[in-house]
Design a protein around this ligand. Structure first.
Ligand code: GLN
Length: 501
């Protein structure tokens, strides 16, 4: 493996600024890596080699001319194929949008481009971000670089696998119920779901609008924070965007000090259904944090037990509305338009052919939950429980600064293992969904390999809305102390396997 691939974005940035390497060399190394491994991993749905190299060269010229550039200028990034980007087709992982080229960029795509990051390509995802394994992608699954017979998580499995396979040092994800954190957890990488509204949804293909939250994916906490700083902040084009200062996430990632911090362990997240090795690594990480001077207490959030059920009413309701726009008239696929059939027939044939099973299941569920006579029983009740979950968080954050749990109850499961069992699939997000319900900040950080199967375990940190910096603070403290014990990052253990193989 080219040694450049194993460096963090922050290290690459220092070398770039010191003139020790060019953006072109860095980009070329990553494109070569993608060419070598992506046939098997399948992180990417599209790669844009020519544009990436041209962008990198242009940046080298600007740097040589003495221009003041962003810290991440010249660093490659992989972008989940849910973000509109005019440079490549944007498919949302769905056949219904095959080949569709958006006429505009998402705000986050634009921010990343403005900062001089080099877009390598678009990454695979479960169709319209619905899933926990990338197996629901209309373009075939992504494999987990730790074990290629296993899932890389979902929906953002492509972005997480790209990081774990050293195809990119940074990636963009979106998290509606866990799609940044769960893939990070099962690939031994870092993923943060910022506060809802802290990152713009403009130009991000909508799944469930009251939950969707774009965010950074990386291999280190500092790298995620550097990307967070680039993408976060008010956007007048998104009506739910928060007009408030972005917390100092980079400062927090550098400080990495949890002395005196009150950490609440969510009592409800453990026991039955949790893999013993996951619980073991989680407990060990807690004692690491305690050793660093944090105060650990147990906190009960009784309504978190209902979060998954609540999510599977609210999310499909929003999905059924958001996906109505794929009507064969405006975008992408059109099936059966022979001049004889009615518009309704063409819509029905197109949606029948273009959407996969999971998307159809959710549209049907959501339409049902919203239908007259059932609205109060299902959607209305779910909204009430959502409020109770928010109140659990409020009560908890009066006692503690952050809440923690395993990111996901198990390590990466096998490809094919849960795809025909939706309820088993949905349980992957048991611990991540509450933060989407409440709109607060949460992240997943590697805390070791499970002793029962040797696969990565994720440690989740949840913080109040607009206190995203606390998520980074705890993540960075954990990363630094575990790194001292392991002699590096968890993901480096995967890289060294490849070197020794
Ligand atoms: N896995 C969850 C789902 O299937 C979360 C998806 C997401 O966050 N986009 O809905």
């Amino acid at each position: 493996m080219n040694p450049l691939l194993m460096l963090t974005a922050s290290e690459l940035s220092q070398m770039l600024r010191a003139g020790e390497v060019s953006a072109r060399e860095i980009t070329a190394a990553h494109l070569d890596r993608i060419a070598a491994v992506d046939g098997d991993i399948h992180s990417f749905l599209a790669v844009d080699s020519e544009r990436a190299l041209a962008t990198a060269e242009a940046l080298d010229d600007r740097r040589a001319a003495g221009e003041e550039l962003d810290e991440l200028a010249g660093i490659p990034i992989a972008v989940k194929d849910l973000f509109c980007y005019t440079g490549l087709p944007t498919t949302a992982g769905s056949r219904i949008l095959e080949g569709w080229r958006p006429p505009y960029n998402a705000t986050l795509t634009e921010r990343v481009l403005d900062a001089g990051l080099v877009v390598l390509g678009k990454t695979n995802l479960d169709e319209f971000a619905m899933g926990s394994s990338t197996e629901s992608s209309g373009y075939g699954p992504t494999r987990n670089p730790w074990d290629r017979t296993r899932i890389p998580g979902g929906s953002g499995g492509g972005s997480a696998a790209a990081l774990a396979a050293f195809e990119a040092p940074l990636a963009l994800g979106t998290d509606t119920g866990g799609s940044i954190r769960q893939p990070a957890s099962v690939t031994g990488t870092v993923g943060v779901k910022p506060t809802y509204g802290a990152t713009s949804r403009y130009g991000v293909i909508a799944m469930a609008s009251s939950l969707d939250t774009p965010g950074p994916c990386a291999r280190t906490v500092l790298d995620a924070a550097l990307l967070h700083r680039v993408i976060a902040g008010w956007d007048p084009r998104d009506s739910t965007s928060i007009n408030a200062a972005v917390p100092d996430v980079v400062g927090a990632a550098r400080r990495a000090d949890v002395k005196g911090l009150r950490i609440g362990v969510v009592k409800e997240f453990g026991g039955e259904g949790y893999q013993p090795g996951v619980e073991q690594r989680f407990r060990e990480a807690l004692s690491v944090l305690e050793g660093l001077g944090a105060e650990i207490v147990e906190v009960s959030c009784p309504h978190f037990d209902y979060a998954l059920a609540t999510y599977y009413l609210i999310m499909p309701a929003e999905v059924s509305s958001n996906l109505a726009r794929f009507d064969a008239m405006r975008y992408g696929l059109r099936v059966g338009d022979d001049g004889e059939r009615s518009a309704e027939e063409v819509m029905s044939l197109t949606r029948g052919a273009g959407f996969g099973a999971e998307v159809k299941r959710r549209i049907i569920l959501g339409t049902y939950a919203l239908s007259s006579g059932y609205y109060d029983a299902y959607y209305g009740s779910a909204q009430k429980v959502r409020t109770l979950i928010v109140r659990d968080f409020e009560a908890a954050f009066e006692q503690v600064d952050v809440l923690v749990s395993p990111s996901t109850p198990t390590t990466a499961f096998g490809l094919g293992e849960r795809i025909d069992d939706p309820l088993a699939m949905y349980k992957a997000d048991l611990c991540t969904i509450p933060s989407n319900m409440a709109g607060n900040a949460a992240g997943s950080f590697p805390c070791g390999l499970s002793p029962d199967d040797g696969l990565p375990v994720g440690f989740q940190v949840m913080a109040p809305a607009l206190a995203d910096d606390r998520v980074y603070l705890v993540g960075a403290a954990l990363e630094a102390e575990l790194g001292r014990r392991w002699g590096g990052l968890l993901i480096d253990q995967l890289a060294s396997r490849e070197v020794s193989a």
